[in-house]
Design a binder for this molecule. Sequence first.
Ligand code: SAH
Length: 349
Amino acid sequence: MINLDIKSLYESELKELLVGMGEKPFKGKQIYEWLHKKTVGSYEEMTNLSLKLREQLKQEQPLTRLEPVDVQTSRIDGTQKYLFRLSDGNVIESVWMKYKHGNSVCISSQVGCRMGCRFCASTIGGLTRNLLPSEMLDQVYRIQELTGERVSNVVVMGTGEPMDNYDNLLRFIRILSDGNGQNISQRNLTVSTCGIVPRIRQLAEEGLTITLALSLHAPTDEKRSELMPIANKYSLSEVIPACAYYFEKTGRRLTFEYSLVGGKNDSEEDAAQLAKLVEGLNCHVNLIPVNPIKERDFVQSEKKVIENFKNKLEKYRINVTIRREMGRDIDGACGQLRKKYIDTRENLS
Ligand code: SAH
């Protein structure tokens, strides 16, 4: 028996659950649509179910929902950052961004993170727990409800390492893109990973059409391991072929994320090495000026250095863009709003 909450179940499993309760399978379909298409927050709203069944479900299958505890809106670009409370009291953050081509949501995949990347605020308190598929879905559902606007793109780039919560991530992807749910195209879904090689290879086999983004951040193992402890476990000679395999299997162009840290990984030599590393791959490099966090002394590269880095990559004919910084005025970087909330709560108690 699957030990998951009702909002984390596939439609087929929900049907089985209802059959087990002595109901017809189509009741399962109806409930699935209430949960994932209409995204209601309570059994009371499921008006095509009998009162008795609603009552029984309420007793046997508690329905949880994320509660917004804080929302910050950027005055610069309208980006909104949501802090949600989970049913066990933990908090997570999600970001809503408005682009010309549609609305995008950046979701968290874990409460905290155990990957330990040096520049990242999400990892400072370590990993608390994995998010359930329902808790990942609800970030999208609640933001659509709160903004009154449809979300067309989802990136799993918030707090957490999605590949460290693989099974739940997969459910999330399949339910989010399901025609009987929100029907968000897998092509508009991106999963970002620090580079857990066996999971990248596994993901390549799942028959999905999502975009894989790899957090590269340095062109050599030596430099990479100074920023990302995972580099001690999987070398670039394993990570890059795993990405190439992902492309081979899915035909999806790869994204490499490269956060530029002043004086660490932003030299012309770094750019040349990076170009060599990704040469021949169907890919796109996304340069992200590092967002300094107060716990670490990393600084952003100067504007001129960033431009030079980009130009150098272009000389090698690499597709490259500098990521627009969204919501700089609202603790935009991963984990900063959550961290501030936790720190304040701890200081009060
Ligand atoms: N664990 C996943 C996804 C979450 S982080 C991963 O590592 O990809 C999403 C992206 O933001 C990653 O590329 C991460 O390295 C980057 N990031 C985290 N903190 C940052 C900061 N302070 N400045 C710039 N980029 C940061």
